[in-house]
Design a protein around this ligand. Structure first.
Ligand SMILES: Cc1cc2nc3c(=O)[nH]c(=O)nc-3n(C[C@H](O)[C@H](O)[C@H](O)COP(=O)(O)OP(=O)(O)OC[C@H]3O[C@@H](n4cnc5c(N)ncnc54)[C@H](O)[C@@H]3O)c2cc1C
Length: 392
């Protein structure tokens, strides 16, 4: 048995899932997160976790937390309809990676992102340190890594994992040439509290995907089975979940120019700007966007990572959006990230029990991740092309 200590940068979905997998394998770890607290910034709202993501999660987190994860998913997530901007039925434009639940025994689950993160944090709170941004790291000849973090003396470890998202500092130091490319598209997302105003209620049935000329809008009713404290006490007592009411999630995705958002720094104006880009759309859809509270709305440029980039052999690696950011059009970013976490935890667990070098074991993880992530990016780009097609 060979012991090593892993430092993970970033307590997002990938960093926390890896931490859970390492805990399960009995490997020592610490996670350092830049944000002051788990809820200190808008996390996003609904996220769809597919069969592969669910299997990866089940392999990393305790059974009772997985049961709670499933129980907190929105009901009827799989029912979906595809419509024109006037809400007329349309067919044949869904990206291949979307599972609307027709023929798989494990359908996608729509979960609230903040709740998901709280579940991933349960049981590892003592090893997750908030308010400590990574500044830089340094590798030594004896194989150790020294990590410089805001507000802490230097931290030493045997392995460093950059799970610090699309603007990863670990990546900038390890592989500066692997900066993700700006695709020129943008995703704007928000939510509307229920009950929906009259005229918007046609969006209150599961998932609605609106295919328009050159862009796509998605609406997903997040309707939970019970209040989260009741579900937590039933499935995983001791796990604290922030209360969450039902809501309507929406996201609009397309080239910046199509959405009239070449500059998108005036977040307060977003709902109004968007309704201009949606002239001629059904009034119910326009109302959902225009009546959303601007503080609940966010915009993110869509970037595409470079998982094919190679970096020097050693004790530092990358996971999730830090190396393979991709368009949300495929619904694959988090799912690929959860599988990264599962594979890395499993490979490190084997290395530990076989007294094999963890650095060499990480090469196996990187080869697997590069292959999977490149395929996911291709699928996401195909999905984006399909969603941004002009209507014939
Ligand atoms: C609108 C939208 C909808 C999406 N929907 C889906 C979906 O339905 N299904 C799906 O599979 N994917 C979806 N995705 C993609 C998914 O959100 C990401 O792929 C996933 O969150 C990546 O997880 P991560 O842990 O790699 O990065 P993140 O979740 O970004 O976490 C990175 C963490 O690192 C921290 N950090 C950053 N820098 C530092 C630093 N220097 N020091 C310390 N900490 C740092 C950040 O604060 C953050 O907490 C969507 C994305 C968007 C934008």
């Amino acid at each position: 048995m060979q012991d090593f200590h892993v430092v993970i940068i970033g307590a997002g979905l990938g960093g926390l899932c890896l931490a859970q997998g390492l805990k399960r394998a009995g490997i020592s770890f610490d996670v350092y997160e830049r944000d002051a607290a788990p809820d200190s910034r808008l996390q996003g709202y609904r996220i769809r976790i597919d069969a592969e993501g669910q299997r990866a999660l089940a392999a990393c987190i305790p059974q009772e937390l997985f049961a709670l994860f499933r129980a907190t998913a929105s009901l009827n997530a799989s029912s979906g309809r595809f419509v024109t901007p006037q809400l007329l039925p349309i067919e044949g434009r869904t990206p291949a990676s979307w599972d609307m639940g027709e023929d798989d025994d494990i359908g996608d689950l729509s979960v609230n992102r903040q709740t998901f993160r709280e579940i991933l944090l349960a049981g590892i709170e003592e090893n997750v340190h908030f308010g400590h941004e990574l500044k830089s790291y340094r590798c030594f000849e004896d194989g150790s890594v020294s990590v410089s973090l805001e507000g802490l003396p230097l931290v030493s470890c045997d392995l460093l994992v950059g799970a610090d998202g699309v603007n990863s500092r670990v990546r900038r130091q390890l592989a500066p040439y692997a900066e993700p490319r700006d695709t020129g598209s943008i995703c704007i997302y928000g939510k509307m509290e229920l009950p929906l105003a009259e005229g918007c209620d046609l969006l209150s049935d599961g998932t609605t995907v609106v295919f328009a000329d050159g862009c796509t809008a998605i609406f997903d009713l997040m309707h939970f089975d019970d209040d989260f404290s009741t579900l937590a006490s039933r499935f995983a007592p001791g796990c604290n979940l922030t209360p969450m009411s039902d809501y309507l999630y929406w996201a609009l995705i397309g080239p910046r120019q199509r959405l009239g958002l070449e500059k998108y720094d005036h977040v307060q104006d977003l709902p109004v700007l968007l309704t201009n880009a949606m002239r001629g759309w059904h009034p119910g859809i326009r109302q959902v966007i225009s009546r959303s509270n601007p503080t609940d709305v966010a915009a993110l440029p869509i970037r595409s990572g470079r998982p094919d980039a190679l970096w020097s052999f050693g004790a530092v690696t990358l996971l999730g959006d830090a190396i393979h950011a991709m368009s949300p059009a495929g619904g694959l970013g988090a799912n690929t990230t959860l599988e990264d976490a599962r594979v890395l935890a499993e490979i490190l667990s084997d290395a530990r029990s076989q007294a094999r070098s963890a650095n060499i074991a990480m090469l196996d993880y990187e080869a697997d991740m590069r292959d999977r992530a490149s395929r996911a990016i291709d699928a996401s780009e195909r999905g984006a092309a399909m969603l941004f097609e002009n209507l014939a």
